[in-house]
Design a protein around this ligand. Structure first.
Ligand code: CA
Ligand code: CA
Ligand code: CA
Ligand code: CA
Length: 374
C-alpha cells in the first residue's frame, strides 16, 4: 500500500516536471545594437557593465514575458534568443515576436504609422551543442518586401568623438538634430553611400554601445526599403512609416501581429528550405532610415511567443495516424480526395508538400517519400 502510494507520487512528480513548455523566450544568447537614440537606455548601461551584464539585464526583461522594450538601434543591430524547447514547424503561424509599432490613420488608405521593421532569421542547432555558433545553420524569413530589398548589404559605423562640435541639419527647421555617428555602406540604391546617425535633442546619452570596445562596427544582411514619408513638408517633425507587409518585427501593433511561419525560411540564394523545427531566432533592424524627430528607424523587441509550445511532431504523410508512412496512407489520401474516406484523417500530415492544401500533389510527394524510405 505504502509502496504503491510512493510510486504514484513519484510518477506524478515526473509528469509535472516534463509537462508544459514555456511559450516565451527562455534564453538571450547575443545582443549588439547598432548606434541609436535608445542605445545604453533600453537596456541601461552603467559603468563597468560587460556584455554578460547586458545579457543578464535582457534576460530579466524578456524571459517569460512579452512587455519589454529592447531597442536594436540603427540598421543591423540585433538580438539572438531561444526557447526552452525546439519550436516545431506546424506549417501555420509558428512564432510571434512583440514590438512597439503603432498604427495611425495619417495617410488615408495606407496602413502604417510607427513601423520600424526588423528582419527575422531562424537558426537550427546543427552541431547540437545547445547554443548558436559557427557550426549552426541560419535562414532568413522571407517577408512580403523581399523583392524590394537589397541583399548582401553592408554598413559600417565609426565610433564618434563625443566632444566634437556638431553641425546642425540644414533643412529641418523645427528640430535641432546634429551630425553624430558617421557610417559608410555598399548601398546600390540610395543617393549616398555615407551619412550620419543624427543626434536629436531628446536623447543626450552616447548612442554608441558603451560596453563594446570596438571603434568600428560592421553589419551585413538584407536591407528593407525606406518608405518613411515626411508629412511636415521638409521640416522633419511629422512622419508616417508605412507597413512593410508580413514577415517582419515591430511592424504591426502587437494585437494585430499574427507572427511568422517557419515555412517562409529561405537559404542564402532565396530558395525555400524545409525545416521541421528551429532552435534560435535572430532579429535585426532592417532599415537605415532617419526620420527627423522620431530619430533613426530602430526595431524594438518586446518578447516572443511560440504559438504552439506543446505541439507534438507531425509525421508528414502519416494521414491515418498509426505512426508510420505506408501504402495504406496513400490509399487513405486518395480515398479522401475522392470523397469516400470518413475515418480519422490528419489534414496537417496529409499536406506533405506544405502548400496549405490537400491535393493530388501530396499523393505524388507521398509516393516519393515511400520510394526513398524503401
Ligand atoms: Ca550550436
Ligand atoms: Ca519601434
Ligand atoms: Ca500511417
Ligand atoms: Ca499540399
Amino acid at each position: 500500500m505504502k509502496k504503491s502510494l510512493l510510486l504514484a507520487i513519484a510518477m506524478t512528480a515526473a509528469l509535472s516536471a516534463s509537462a508544459g513548455n514555456s511559450p516565451y523566450i527562455a534564453r538571450v544568447y547575443d545582443y549588439l545594437p547598432a548606434p541609436g537614440q535608445f542605445v545604453n537606455v533600453f537596456p541601461a548601461y552603467r559603468p563597468g557593465y560587460t556584455q554578460d551584464s547586458i545579457i543578464a539585464q535582457l534576460e530579466a526583461a524578456l524571459v517569460g514575458k512579452t512587455n519589454a522594450t529592447v531597442s536594436l538601434g540603427s540598421y543591423g543591430g540585433y538580438i539572438v534568443f531561444g526557447f526552452d524547447h525546439p519550436v516545431l514547424n506546424m506549417h501555420g503561424y509558428d512564432v510571434k515576436i512583440y514590438g512597439n509599432a503603432i498604427q495611425s490613420q495619417a495617410v488615408p488608405g495606407q496602413a502604417g504609422g510607427s513601423c520600424e521593421p526588423g528582419i527575422i532569421m531562424v537558426g537550427v542547432d546543427t552541431d547540437g551543442d545547445g547554443v548558436p555558433g559557427d557550426g549552426d545553420k541560419w535562414y532568413e524569413i522571407k517577408g512580403d518586401a523581399y523583392d524590394r530589398c537589397q541583399h548582401g548589404y553592408e554598413v559600417t559605423y565609426y565610433k564618434p568623438d563625443e566632444s566634437k562640435p556638431r553641425v546642425k541639419h540644414e533643412s529641418w527647421n523645427f528640430i535641432n538634430d546634429v551630425e553624430y555617428i558617421y557610417w559608410t555602406s555598399n548601398d546600390q540604391v540610395a543617393d549616398s553611400t555615407s551619412g550620419y546617425v543624427w543626434r536629436n535633442t531628446f536623447h543626450s546619452q552616447p548612442y554608441w554601445p558603451l560596453w563594446i570596445e570596438d571603434t568600428v562596427m560592421t553589419f551585413k544582411g538584407t536591407k528593407l526599403p525606406n518608405l518613411a514619408i515626411d508629412m511636415s513638408g521638409g521640416n522633419g517633425n511629422n512622419w508616417f512609416q508605412p507597413f512593410m507587409g508580413e514577415g517582419y518585427v515591430d511592424n504591426l501593433p502587437n494585437g494585430q501581429e499574427p507572427g511568422f511561419k517557419i515555412d517562409w525560411a529561405i537559404d542564402e540564394d532565396g530558395n525555400p528550405v524545409d525545416l521541421d523545427h528551429i532552435d534560435f531566432v535572430k532579429v535585426y533592424t532592417g532599415q537605415l532610415a532617419y526620420c527627423g524627430w522620431l530619430g533613426e528607424s530602430s526595431t524594438e523587441v518586446g518578447g516572443a511567443e511560440d504559438l504552439h509550445p506543446d505541439a507534438v511532431p507531425v509525421l508528414a504523410g502519416d494521414v491515418n495516424g498509426d505512426g508510420e508512412v505506408t501504402i495504406g496512407d496513400v490509399s487513405s489520401l486518395i480515398d479522401r480526395l475522392l470523397g469516400s474516406w470518413s475515418s480519422p484523417f490528419d489534414e496537417v500530415a496529409a499536406d506533405v508538400n506544405h502548400d496549405g492544401q490537400v491535393t493530388i500533389g501530396d499523393v505524388s510527394q507521398m509516393i516519393d517519400i515511400l520510394l526513398k524510405t524503401k
